[in-house]
Ligand binder design. Structure first.
Ligand code: MG
Ligand code: ZN
Length: 358
């Protein structure tokens, strides 16, 4: 009797153990990711993320990420970076000088992760809420000694051989140029489809640029759902068996913070949050997409204070109209996401992404 009981104990233990190890195997995410979606909140430090949590009644998209860390943002030239050098470090993994786009501190042009993924045969796209020639998208699409050369940056973008989707603003840099060139006409000739709004897109397989305005799109909430909708459309157009890379920027979080405009910051963060939910919903279904959310730097030196010493109110308190040196958050989801925990340098982000997509 005792032996039989012992045997059935062994049998139950063995069954439990194999059931557990089986479910562990099933749950184990693949070690490599096929798709990468990188989202940059321009100027989005920890307090900008907290401004959303503070004013939201629902759980935010940021709270859906299983891993988070911090990125140190200083540039080669300055303790406090601008968007050009901050984005460049993320895009190509080298520290550059403030103002410099897609180049090392010695002005050597560097391929961005978008270029590397395109070379590998992945589809690539960029979705922003600023002119597509602005510093952050330019870091991924162009190489220039200064971000101010917007017409040169537009020319380089128009000649890119490998780029599938580009949604944002900045039409004037393509059509109202000092050199008189009509870059949009040239791009049509080279097989691009170009529109001023997302619903005009007819062919999901053509290289497609949507420029909604002359310079920067209007701020949130007047902009409507352009960013979440453009992101959803880009994912739909880019998703393919070889994988894709998509850069999404909440460009105007920075603009609101330069203005120390708390209400607009919250609107821009809501817009970015909606976009994150679109991306996470896709990644959860796909199970083969690495999602990284970070920032190029913090803007405004924002914090939340107790104005009367009684802890009855939480007021927004801005300490500058410029950028600050504080580190920025990194949130990650998907295969290899755990590698983005802890404190890292902004130049480490591309290295980790490349390791996971090998
Ligand atoms: Mg930017
Ligand atoms: Zn800025």
């Amino acid at each position: 009797m005792k032996t039989r009981r012992f045997l059935s104990f062994l049998l139950i233990t063995a069954t439990l153990f194999s059931a557990l190890s089986c479910s562990n195997n099933e749950k184990q995410a693949p070690k490599t990711a096929k798709n990468v979606i990188l989202l940059i909140g321009d100027g989005m430090g920890p307090a900008q993320v907290y401004s959303l949590i503070l004013t939201s009644s629902e759980k935010t998209a940021f709270e859906r990420f299983p891993y988070s860390g911090f990125s140190i943002t200083k540039s080669a030239s300055n303790e406090i970076t601008d968007s050009a050098a901050g984005g460049s470090a993320i895009a190509n993994g080298t520290k550059s000088n403030n103002g410099c786009v897609g180049m090392t501190a010695d002005s050597i042009p560097m391929p961005s992760m978008l270029d590397i993924f395109a070379e590998q045969g992945k589809k690539t796209g960029v979705v922003v809420t600023c002119a597509v020639t602005h510093a952050t998208p330019a870091d991924f699409l162009a190489h220039n000694i200064t971000r101010k050369n917007t017409e040169e940056i537009a020319l380089e973008i128009s000649k890119k051989e490998k780029l599938d989707v580009l949604f944002g603003g900045g039409k004037k840099y393509f059509t109202e140029r000092k050199d008189g060139l009509d870059l949009i006409g040239k791009m049509w000739e080279n097989g691009w489809n170009i529109y001023d709004s997302l619903p005009q897109i007819e062919n999901n397989n053509a290289r497609t640029m949507v420029l909604t305005c002359r310079k920067h799109p209007v701020k949130a909430p007047e902009r409507g759902d352009f960013l979440p909708q453009a992101t959803a459309k880009a994912i739909e157009m880019l998703d393919n068996e070889n994988g894709f890379f998509l850069l999404v920027e909440g460009s105007q979080i920075d603009f609101a913070c330069h203005d120390n405009d708390s209400a607009t910051l919250v609107e821009e963060m809501r817009d970015f949050n909606k976009t994150l939910n679109v991306v996470l919903d896709f990644a959860e279904k796909d199970q083969n997409t690495l999602v990284i959310v970070t920032a190029d730097h913090e803007t405004g030196g924002l914090t939340f204070i107790d104005p009367d010493g009684k802890y009855t109110r939480t007021d927004f308190k801005w300490s500058t109209g410029s950028h600050s040196a504080i580190f920025v958050p990194v949130f990650s989801y998907g295969p290899g996401a755990e590698r983005f925990s802890g404190i890292m340098d902004n130049t480490d982000i591309i290295k980790k992404i490349m390791d996971i997509t090998k």
